[in-house]
Design a protein around this ligand. Structure first.
Ligand SMILES: Nc1ncnc2c1ncn2[C@@H]1O[C@H](COP(=O)(O)OP(=O)(O)OP(=O)(O)O)[C@@H](O)[C@H]1O
Ligand SMILES: [Mg+2]
Length: 434
């Protein structure tokens, strides 16, 4: 078995939110990276991926647990570990060459050697001829190449990449990915392992030898898949498609939602008052339902296909489908989604009918909306301050999360005319509806 490079052992990380509140971001994360492998870490936004990467890089410390690099505990940034960031992080006042040299200055490499090594790194990454350009003269793709050169120049043992392609357009990202895979396969660098953080399922399947799937709240590894497809990989390869489907299934089913969404027997069950409803825009939700009702689709729609068809980010698609499921407008199973009869009625209704259907399902299936409506009905004034509901939500959620969830439900309630809300006073009422 190949030599171990990095060991992450029972890492827990929480951040202080206030004097009495802690946010648990990573819980009991355990994995090992060995020589010769590219590992992708795949998870939803906010699941703690960047936090984990920063812990491995020695930029922050875990609350509990250990990270070892080549058998030694990581307590500060280690020499053999380099990182590429999503937003390039270049110094605008320095040239390409100076930006690349920067990392070497920090580790005390003499001037001549710095220059020589920087020129070589720039050459390897295909930025030859741009040494004296400033970042603002470069396209996003070129800037990210400089970001890579800056990581490569220190000749790292292991390269950590935090969504390095997500700020680039698709073609630029594809081009950079294939160049990077070439460098790796032809061993043009001394890098022995790569850890790639991404929330793009296809990107993980395209690049990695092993995929770790992260669950959220708190972040924890919930599945590990091996990708045994030789490079170059085609996204038409049946094994490739199968893996993509399998990952969608994992990310849309147990145990992330299931403990929350599915009761025994796979039937959806009621969510609780403190359920962390995702932020979803009603017009996007409506658009999605309309699209799904389009006869060009089969009854059961493949989620990866839908994501591609609509150019929707996985995170966004998962948030939308979660809400459709909560509202009983759709059912999800095994990476497929299907509209329920109510979902189909919603799709073909006119605007007013739609609001009515939405209102009925909102009150029936979202306890917070039901609760607000009940309180407003029961009070003789038919008014209540949002503070009343915030206080209640804070039994389950942090202050910030409570505000976010209440805002989501207020937006939906206003759309469906279940209640009204005054921005200036924070008063909920039955003023407009009916
Ligand atoms: N320094 C910090 N202080 C407090 N909370 C933090 C800090 N850094 C991160 N968090 C919180 O930890 C959680 C995880 O953040 P992190 O950036 O690691 O997620 P991520 O998986 O990288 O998300 P994304 O895909 O959006 O980049 C978030 O709720 C974030 O707000
Ligand atoms: Mg991140």
């Amino acid at each position: 078995m190949a030599e171990t490079i990095v060991e992450v052992k029972k890492v827990v990380k929480s951040f202080k939110k206030s004097a009495k509140q802690e946010l648990l971001v990573l819980d009991d994360v355990d994995f090992t990276m060995r020589e010769g492998e590219i590992v992708a870490l795949l998870g939803k936004s906010g699941s703690g991926k960047s936090t984990l990467l920063r812990i491995i890089a020695g930029l922050i410390h875990p609350s509990y647990g250990d990270v070892n690099y080549r058998g030694e505990p990581v307590t500060e940034p280690a020499n053999g570990i380099a990182m590429v960031f999503q937003n390039f992080a270049l110094m605008p006042w320095l040239t390409v060459l100076q930006n690349v040299e920067l990392g070497l200055e920090a580790i005390g490499i003499p001037r001549d050697e710095r220059r020589q090594r920087a020129l070589k790194a720039i050459d390897i990454i295909g930025m030859d001829g741009f040494e004296s350009a400033y970042p603002k003269e470069l396209s996003g793709g070129m800037r990210q190449r400089v970001g890579f050169a800056r990581a490569l120049v220190v000749e790292p043992d292991i390269l950590l990449m935090d969504e390095p392609f997500s700020a680039l357009d698709v073609l630029t990202a594809d081009n950079l990915k294939s160049d990077l895979l070439d460098l790796w396969q032809q061993k043009k660098t001394r890098i022995n392992a790569i850890l790639l953080v991404t929330h793009n399922i296809e990107e993980a399947v395209e690049i990695a030898d092993r995929i770790l799937i992260f669950r959220s709240d708190p972040g924890r590894i919930r599945a590990e898949l091996t990708v045994d497809i030789p490079h170059p990989r085609s996204d038409q390869d049946p094994r490739y498609r199968e893996l993509v489907d399998q990952i969608y299934t994992l990310m849309t089913t147990s145990p992330d939602r299931p403990e929350r969404l599915l009761a025994a027997g796979g039937k959806p069950r009621e969510i609780g008052l403190g359920y962390r409803l995702p932020d979803v825009d009603i017009s996007v939700l409506t658009g999605l339902v309309e699209e799904m009702a389009d006869p060009e689709y089969a009854q059961r729609i493949d989620l990866p296909e839908l994501s591609e068809e609509l150019s929707l980010d996985v995170d966004d698609l998962l948030a939308l489908t979660e809400i459709l499921e909560i509202l009983r407008f759709a059912n999800i199973s095994k990476g497929d989604i299907e509209l329920t009869p109510a979902g189909r009625r919603f799709a073909s209704a006119d605007i007013l009918q739609r609001k009515k259907i939405f209102a009925a399902h909102l009150i029936r299936y979202v306890p917070l909306a039901r609760n607000i409506r009940r309180v407003l009905n029961e009070r003789p004034s038919h008014r209540a301050s949002e503070e009343r509901f915030l206080g209640e939500l804070e039994d389950y959620l942090s202050e910030e999360e409570a505000e976010r969830v209440l805002k989501v439900v207020i937006d939906w309630g206003r759309y469906a005319e279940v209640f009204a809300y005054d921005y200036n006073t924070g008063i909920l009422s039955l003023d407009n509806p009916e």
